[in-house]
Design a protein around this ligand. Structure first.
Ligand SMILES: [Zn+2]
Ligand SMILES: [Zn+2]
Length: 94
């Protein structure tokens, strides 16, 4: 069963699935952030600037490491800074 990450419809057949992707223009990403094709910009997707931070958390990084990682992301991608701060607040880090 193939699920479209964009609209979540399912296709039993890979041919029908790729046809759906073509017809609708729905997007797939296979960057390796997930073990499956996903929507670009999903939480662990490499194209999501926050993915490094979420991955670090998932692999048990310390608060100090998370902060260092967060600062790095804010430096590299200033437009994601607000989201990074949101996440830090949620995690009660600062
Ligand atoms: Zn779709
Ligand atoms: Zn991706």
């Amino acid at each position: 069963m193939y699920r479209c990450p964009e609209c979540r419809t399912r296709r039993r057949d890979y041919g029908l699935f790729t046809q759906h992707i073509r017809d609708t223009g729905h997007r797939l990403c296979i960057c390796g952030g997930y073990h499956y094709a996903h929507r670009p910009g999903s939480p662990y997707c490499v194209s999501n600037p926050l993915s490094a931070l979420l991955l670090a958390d998932r692999y048990g990084a310390t608060d100090k490491d998370l902060m260092r990682c967060a600062r790095h992301i804010m430096q590299e991608t200033p437009h994601a800074a607000a989201k990074v701060r949101e996440l830090l607040t949620e995690w009660k880090l600062k």
